[in-house]
Design a protein around this ligand. Structure first.
Ligand code: NAD
Length: 480
């Protein structure tokens, strides 16, 4: 996306940026004393430096979480929920600082107010759901009353990505703690600063020590140590497919801990010739430009009916150019700028819009459209994670459905049509965990499950269903 001079609001810069790890309710340096730098992708300049959690720090954090577990899991659910509400209050009060710190780590514009609002609402939702964690009863066996218990796993791990740091954090902290688990969370090495503010807020509100431990660090050794830890009984991961696979292997090679995975996507968006283009075009453009396309759910494969293909392409070019203006909230850094478009160039594909890096400082790329790419080309098959959309045409319903589903990913899919029967046929047949009808990503809802089919993941976040992912189920047989 285009570079902007207004992306970071310096007035929100805190006087002091905390650098330490948060273990057992205290800020501590890493045992090794090692630190690493965060470089602002907007300026390519130093943004901050933080301590790097290592294997020994993970051990200490897991020990703290173990000690905190009996009291935390025995606490009334409403009390655990009340702590989450306090944390939500703290996030709301510190939105400017959090937004600033994520902006300088991610190179994106300041959007603190929006993000903190969403993050607080996640925590409040799970606070309200804490009391819904319970089992069921059965009188179906003669002479017996059988019941199930829903119980916390115990010490859990969470590993999060850089592209939505705060929301990824609360999507795990909220349900994990509501269900009575204690947690060791590793933030992304690219965007650890907002997680450190959340740690400070835990300290400020007096959250019992060891309930939530937050480590900055790299995938190896820090993330790997959590994934392999014998005392971590469940791990919730959000990130790429490659890392998701490594995490499942680490879990299998250690204690077979329960693993949930929220992974990447290559989401198809199908636009029929009866679609309302006044709605479809801005939705498609926003989907690929929001967060500069650095979104797992971005609609990065558009299939448009051949009858309206020319009109749609022209409208997308105009809208994407307008939306990608400097200073716009969709403008952010892209680290590996030339990669996706150089694939397209190497393969001789049409690039009717953009395709180039902007400027020489900062990781910025023009909003880009690649058109009529073969279905087996890299730009159709692989996640690009930037403001780059592939627009292909189709003529037949069965054919486009097959092409849409011909992917190892299955996170989000959408269809625009005025034909309700067709819309429902697609909602049923699209192989994705979320389907938009006459809307597309980032449309989600806090009370609706979110997660992937196929290699986009396993398990669900958000909604009441995600609490099941953070609890064991036990059958209890009572003889009368
Ligand atoms: P990534 O997989 O490179 O890193 C994610 C996290 O895993 C980081 O904290 C990293 O340090 C850690 N990690 C790396 N190697 C590890 C290892 N061997 N063991 C344990 N931890 C390890 O992903 P990223 O670049 O931070 O994020 C972008 C990816 O995340 C994209 O593929 C995107 O689609 C996906 N994502 C998915 C969702 C979703 O909800 N489905 C949401 C956001 C991002």
């Amino acid at each position: 996306m285009a570079s902007s001079t207004t992306v970071n609001s310096e007035e929100y810069r805190p006087k002091h940026i905390e650098e330490r790890l948060f273990i057992n309710g205290e800020f501590v340096p890493s045992i090794s004393g090692k630190k690493f730098d965060i470089i602002n992708p907007n300026t390519e300049k130093f943004a901050a430096s933080v301590y790097e959690g290592g294997v020994e720090d993970v051990d200490v954090a897991v020990e703290a979480a173990k000690e905190a577990l009996p009291a935390w899991s025995a606490l009334g659910a409403a009390e655990r929920g009340a702590w989450l509400n306090k944390l939500a209050d703290g996030i709301e009060k510190n939105i400017k600082e959090i937004g600033y710190l994520d902006a300088i780590s991610m190179g994106r514009p300041y959007i603190g107010d929006y993000l903190a609002g969403a993050a607080a609402s996640f925590l409040r939702y799970f606070s309200s759901k804490a009391l819904d964690v319970h089992g069921e009863s059965s009188l179906n066996t003669t002479g017996m009353v059988n019941v199930t218990f829903r119980q916390p796993y115990g010490v859990c791990g969470a590993i999060i990505p850089w592209n939505v740091p705060l929301l990824s954090l609360v999507a795990k902290v909220g349900p994990a703690l509501a269900a009575g688990n204690t947690l060791v969370l590793k933030s992304s090495e690219r965007a650890p600063l907002s997680a450190i503010v959340v740690a400070r807020l835990c300290k400020e509100i007096g959250l019992p020590k060891g309930v939530l431990n937050i480590l900055s660090g790299f995938g190896r050794p820090c993330g790997e140590a959590i994934a392999k830890h014998m005392d971590v009984r469940k791990l919730s991961f959000t990130g790429s497919v490659v890392t998701g696979r490594a995490i499942k292997k680490a879990a299998a090679d250690s204690n077979l801990k329960n693993v949930t995975l929220e992974l990447g996507g290559k989401s198809p968006l199908i636009i029929f010739d009866d679609a309302d283009l006044a709605k479809a075009v801005p939705s498609a453009a926003y989907s690929i430009l929001s967060n500069s396309g650095q979104a797992c759910i971005a609609s990065s494969r558009v299939y448009v009916h051949s009858k309206i293909a020319d009109a749609f392409l022209e409208a997308m070019k105009t809208t994407m150019t307008k939306t990608g203006q400097p200073g716009d909230a969709t403008v952010a850094g892209l680290r590996e700028v030339p990669r996706p478009t150089s694939h397209a160039k190497e393969e001789g594909l049409d690039i009717p819009l953009g395709g180039n890096r902007i400027g020489s400082a900062g990781y910025f790329i023009e909003p880009t459209i690649i058109s009529n790419a073969p279905e087996d080309s890299k730009v159709v098959k692989e996640e690009i994670f930037g403001p780059v959309v592939v627009i292909n045409t189709f003529a037949d319903e069965a054919e486009v459905l097959k092409r849409a589903n011909d992917s190892e990913y299955g996170l989000y899919a959408s269809v625009f049509t005025k034909d309700i029967s067709r819309a429902m046929r697609f909602a049923k047949a699209l192989e994705a965990g979320s389907v938009g009808v006459n809307c597309t990503s980032p449309t989600l809802a806090i009370d609706m499950p979110f997660g992937g089919y196929k290699q986009s993941g396993e398990g669900r976040e958000l909604s009441k269903h995600c609490l099941d992912e953070w609890t064991e189920i036990k059958s209890v047989f009572i003889s009368l």
